[in-house]
Structures are given as C-alpha cells and as structure tokens.
Design a protein around this ligand. Structure first.
Ligand SMILES: [Zn+2]
Length: 447
C-alpha cells in the first residue's frame, strides 16, 4: 500500500514541490496517513504549537537520526495534511517504511492529523496569539490541540511546556512529560506582554508569575483555583560558554549538551527537543550527537554569504518572535545593517497592527544598527513604527514595494556588515529566491 503510493509520489515530486504529490496521494488514498503511520515501527513524533515548531521538530529529528534511524520528516515546514502525507511517502523505500517519523503539524491541522497518525509523542511548544485572522481566538487553537491529545497511540505521551499555562493544562488527566526553564537564562528579562494568555485557563483569574522568561512563559500559579506550573521532568538548569552549552536536568541525571542557536525562544525549542528525545528513550550521548549535527531550521537565523558579504536571515511573524529575533541581533556586538521586510499577504496575516506590539522602544537602541532599511509591501507602516519608537529618520531608508528589490538595494548600498534581514513569511520566500538563484542558499520545498 505505502510502497505503491510512494512510487507515485516520488515521480510527482519532481514538479510542484511537496504539496501537489501530497494532495494527489490523499485524493487517491484518503487513508494514506493512517496506513503508512501504522507501518512505522518507531512510531510518529508530532510537534505542534504557535512558535518554534519547525526548529523543535528539526532538532528532535536530528536526535532520532543520531540513534541510527531512517526517518520521515517534513523539513521545509510543509505542515498541513498534504505535506505530512508527502513526508511519509518520500521516506518510504521499496518494501520498507521509515523507522520513525518526526513531523511538524500546523495547530489547525493537528486535530485532523493526530487521529490518523496516532502519535507516540505529541510535543506542544506554546500558544501565542498569532495569525488571528486565520485561526480566530487563542481558545480555538488550544481546542484543536486538546482534540489531538485525545488521539495518542496506546502508551503514547504528550510532551508539554510547563511554563505555558495553556499548554501545561493539556496534561490534566493524561500521561504527560513536562519540560521548562528552571535556571536564570533570560537575556533582557521579561520581554513582551503576556497578552491573552495571562489568565488562568481553568477559572479565568489573572495568573501570578514568580519568574517570567518572556511573554506568558515562566513560573506561574493561579491565586483563584490554585493550579500551578507543573514541576518539569526535563528542566533547563543553565546555559554556559556564551550560550553554546546547555545543562538540562533529566530524571536520569544532568545532561550537558551543545547548542548553536541564538535567543531565549530557541532555548525553549532546545529543551522541548531534549524532552522529546528523552521521552522517546534516547540517551544523553545520542541527544548530544543530534543537537551537534543540527542546523538552524528554515528562516530561523540562517547565515548566508552573498557575493562576499555576510548576511543573517531570520523570519519575523508575530510580536513575541520579533522581540526574540531582535534580542538575538542585539547579542551580536558588531555594528550592523538591519533590513526589515514587512508584507501583508494572506500567509503573513493581512493586519500589520501587530508591529505595534513589538517592543522596538526597548530594543532598537540595543541593536547596534548603523543603519535601518525598511522594505516590503508595508514598508511605510514599519517606518512609522520605528520612528514612533524613537529611531532617527536619518538612520532609516524606506524602500517601498517588493522586498527582494529592497534587500538588494540595501546590499548595493554597502553599509555596515553583517546585514541582518528580518522578513515576514512571504517576504522571506521572495528574498530567499534571490539567494537561491545565486546558489548562496539551498532551495527548500514549499508546502
Ligand atoms: Zn485558576
């Protein structure tokens, strides 16, 4: 069954990326996800949540691979049902399913994916208010993931962020492994507003935080009904060597792990992936090898050399993510050029008012930006936002319109290096194509 479909899928994959063959496979065999997943001996690890799922899934995939398994993995963030179907079929060899699957699922898709895939582990990163026009209220997103939790494989477990009250609450009454940040690891202290998530998911009382790492993530309890942050089995106890070594407390002792990604948000992704590895049954040495071999996932601070110039490319898509990317940029002490590319197409979210929730007031002076370029379809909104935050107009160039042309103009200008390019989703796709054509980055499959 899987083998025959896999042959079709690989023939189709030459054209049209992963979405077309995935869609065709689902049309030809509507039960393909369930059929192939049932054949996979190591089971399916499913990763979902608002932010960080691509990176977390990439890290967890690297860990499972380090155990010597051949895995299915939707590396490009093709995280809707067709992308999941394609990932499973692509990893199929004649007569042999992959050993295991580590898949990222969109929050709205996970409720439909889980009953088919029956995950051995369901890893949930966090719930942020994100892409409201697409998903509606935060409660709707939480509802999708809650539905998914009901479809774990027999003996399966949820791997939950103890520091996010809404995620932690999913563990009530089920087998869950909790992870969180235990040590003092914040870069600038609390960043961003806790937003909708500051109220108790059970009784609606405003939560109290004794430590807040960013937004609504931290050590919390509810003075109303008494629920509190579960004590994580997997806790990040410390970060050493300039952020490159993580100390993680596990039930099997302290693990010391290498890590190369910047920003507090990536610490959460790392500890989520370590928790997934531990819950999967991997030992310290295997998890260490996996993390050492992993690269930044698509759009998560990619380093690029373009015509001899040093660039860093990082996706920005909501206030929390943007704050964390800016914090990571600030951690680089060199003077630099910063290019922000804001589009407002469907995949970006049509409403750009979220830019007003980004903490530019605190962060722009710390960035060490010699010059700012703002580009994209909503370059002017971004320029107004920066100006309002106090950034002087003479240190800013507005290049209205196509973000790739804006980025090329910034590069041609020959200002300070490195050049940090911070685009929204569709702007990132456009900008990245420029570098792909020059062979500076590898193309990725769109889902
Ligand atoms: Zn409560």
């Amino acid at each position: 069954m899987g083998a025959r479909l896999a042959a079709w899928a690989s023939r189709l994959a030459g054209r049209g990326g992963s979405s077309l063959p995935g869609r065709v496979a689902l049309r030809l065999a509507p039960t393909v996800l369930a059929d192939v997943a049932a054949e996979i001996p190591g089971g399916v690890v499913l990763v979902t949540g608002t932010n960080g799922k691509t990176t977390t899934a990439a890290l967890a995939a690297a860990e499972v691979r380090a155990a010597g398994h051949r895995i299915a993995h939707n590396r490009s963030g093709a995280n809707l049902l067709p992308g999941l179907a394609f990932a499973l079929l692509e990893a199929y060899r004649p007569g042999a399913p992959p050993d295991a699957a580590v898949l990222e699922a969109d929050e709205a898709t996970v409720a439909r994916a889980a009953p088919r895939l029956r995950p051995r582990l369901l890893v949930v990163t966090n719930f942020f208010r994100d892409q409201l026009d697409r998903y509606g209220e935060l409660a709707t997103t939480v509802g999708y993931v809650r539905a998914a939790v009901g479809h774990l494989a027999r003996g399966g477990r949820a791997v939950l962020n103890a520091d996010d009250p809404q995620v932690a609450q999913l563990g009530e009454g089920i087998e869950a492994v909790y992870y969180g940040i235990e040590g003092p690891v914040s870069v600038f202290g609390p960043l961003g507003d806790p937003g909708d998530a500051r109220f108790c998911p059970k009784c609606g009382t405003e939560l109290v935080y004794t430590v807040r790492h960013y937004a609504h993530l931290g050590r919390w309890y509810c003075p109303g009904c008494g629920i509190r942050r579960p004590t994580p089995e997997i806790g990040l106890a410390g970060v050493g060597d300039g952020g490159s070594v993580l100390t993680v407390r596990t039930p099997g002792g302290e693990w010391h792990l290498p890590f190369g990604l910047p920003g507090v948000y990536n610490l959460y992704n790392a500890v989520a992936a370590v928790a997934a590895g531990w819950a999967y049954g991997l030992d310290e040495a295997t998890v260490r090898r996996g993390l050492a071999s992993s690269q930044a996932a698509f759009g998560r601070m990619e380093q690029i050399t373009y015509r001899g110039r040093e660039l860093r490319l990082a996706l920005v898509k909501n206030p929390t993510g943007f704050n964390q990317v800016l914090a990571a940029v600030a951690a680089d002490p060199r003077p630099k050029t910063v290019v922000v590319a804001i589009n407002d197409l469907d995949a970006d979210g049509r409403d750009v008012s979220w830019l007003w929730d980004v903490d530019f007031e605190t962060l722009w002076p710390r960035l060490g930006a010699a010059h700012w370029w703002v580009t994209g379809l909503r370059a002017r909104d971004m320029a107004v936002r920066l100006k309002y935050a106090g950034c002087p107009v003479d240190r800013m160039t507005v290049h209205d319109g196509d973000p790739d042309r804006g980025v090329l103009a910034a590069l041609a200008d020959g200002g300070a290096e490195p050049v940090y390019v911070l685009p929204t989703y569709t702007a990132l796709l456009t900008v990245r194509r420029v570098f792909e054509r020059q062979g500076a980055v590898r193309p990725f499959r769109e889902g």
